[in-house]
Design a protein. Structure first.
Length: 249
C-alpha cells in the first residue's frame, strides 16, 4: 500500500447535532480544504473530510482510479455522517464541488450545498486536446495544482495529471449537467474571477441550473485554490454563516 503524503491525511471530527461533509479537488488532497473543515469542527459541527482514492500518494495511484471511485468514497462518507447527525451540509472545492453537487442531487434532504470554484461544466475543446495527447501515446499531462495568488501558500498536488482519470471526470461532468436542476437545497457559490483551472462560467452554470435559492460570493483576490489563498478567511466566514443558517432552518 502506498504511503500517504504528510498533510494529505483525511480529517474527521465529532460534533453537535449537525454535520458537514467536505470534499477536496482533483489531483490534490485533504490539505487544500483542511482549514475549512477544521473551522466547521471548531464551530461545533461533526465533520468528515475523506481522502479520495488515488490522491495524496502518487500520480501512478491516481492513474488507476476514476470518477466512480471518488464518488464511491464521497457517498460512503456521506452515509456515515448522515447516520450520525440530524442535518447535513455538503461542501467542496473544484471537483470536490462537483462531487458534492451529485450528492446534493441524489439526496434532496441535505440542508445546503457550499462550493468553491466548482468544476461542473466540461470544455469540449479541452477534452479534444486531451484525447489527442492520449492518442499520441502519452498517459500524463502537466499538473493543474497550486493555482494560488498568495506566494506564502502552496497546495499539495501532483505535478502531472493522469489523462485517463481526467477523461473520466469529463464523462461525469457531461452527465452532471443534466442533474443540476435536481438540487433543491440552498446553495452557496464562492467564485474566483481569476481562476486559471476552472472557468468562472462553471459557477454561473451551477447558479442558473439549480432549483434552490442561491447565494453568490466573489473572491476578488484569489485564484482557483481559494481555500489556501488570500480570501480563505472570507470563505470560512461565509461558509460557517451559511451552514449555521441552513441547519437551523
Amino acid at each position: 500500500m502506498t504511503d500517504v503524503l504528510p498533510g494529505a491525511e483525511p480529517f474527521s471530527a465529532d460534533g453537535g447535532p449537525h454535520g458537514v461533509l467536505v470534499l477536496h479537488g482533483f489531483t490534490a488532497s485533504p490539505q487544500s480544504v483542511r482549514g475549512l473543515a477544521q473551522a466547521f469542527a471548531g464551530d461545533g459541527f461533526a465533520v468528515e473530510l475523506p481522502r479520495l482514492p488515488g490522491h495524496g500518494t502518487t500520480e501512478q495511484d491516481l492513474a488507476t482510479t476514476t470518477w466512480d471511485d471518488w464518488l464511491g468514497t464521497a457517498q460512503a462518507a456521506y452515509d456515515d455522517l448522515a447516520g450520525r447527525v440530524d442535518r447535513l451540509v455538503l461542501a467542496g472545492l473544484s471537483v470536490g464541488g462537483a462531487l458534492a453537487s451529485v450528492l446534493a442531487a441524489d439526496h434532496p434532504d441535505v440542508a445546503g450545498l457550499a462550493v468553491v470554484n466548482p468544476a461542473v461544466q466540461p470544455s469540449p475543446e479541452l477534452r479534444a486536446v486531451v484525447e489527442e495527447v492520449l492518442a499520441s501515446g502519452e498517459e500524463f499531462v502537466p499538473g493543474i495544482g497550486s493555482d494560488i495568488a498568495d506566494p506564502a501558500n502552496e497546495e499539495l498536488a501532483y505535478g502531472r495529471t493522469p489523462i485517463r482519470s481526467l477523461l473520466s471526470l469529463f464523462d461525469a461532468s457531461e452527465k452532471l449537467g443534466g442533474r443540476l436542476g435536481d438540487i433543491t437545497c440552498p446553495v452557496l457559490i464562492l467564485t474566483s474571477p481569476q481562476d486559471h483551472v476552472v472557468p468562472p462560467a462553471d459557477s454561473d452554470a451551477l447558479a442558473a441550473a439549480v432549483s434552490g435559492p442561491v447565494e453568490r460570493v466573489t473572491l476578488e483576490r484569489s485564484y482557483h485554490v481559494a481555500t489556501l489563498d488570500y480570501d480563505r478567511d472570507i470563505i470560512i466566514e461565509r461558509s460557517l454563516a451559511f451552514a449555521r443558517e441552513v441547519t437551523a432552518a
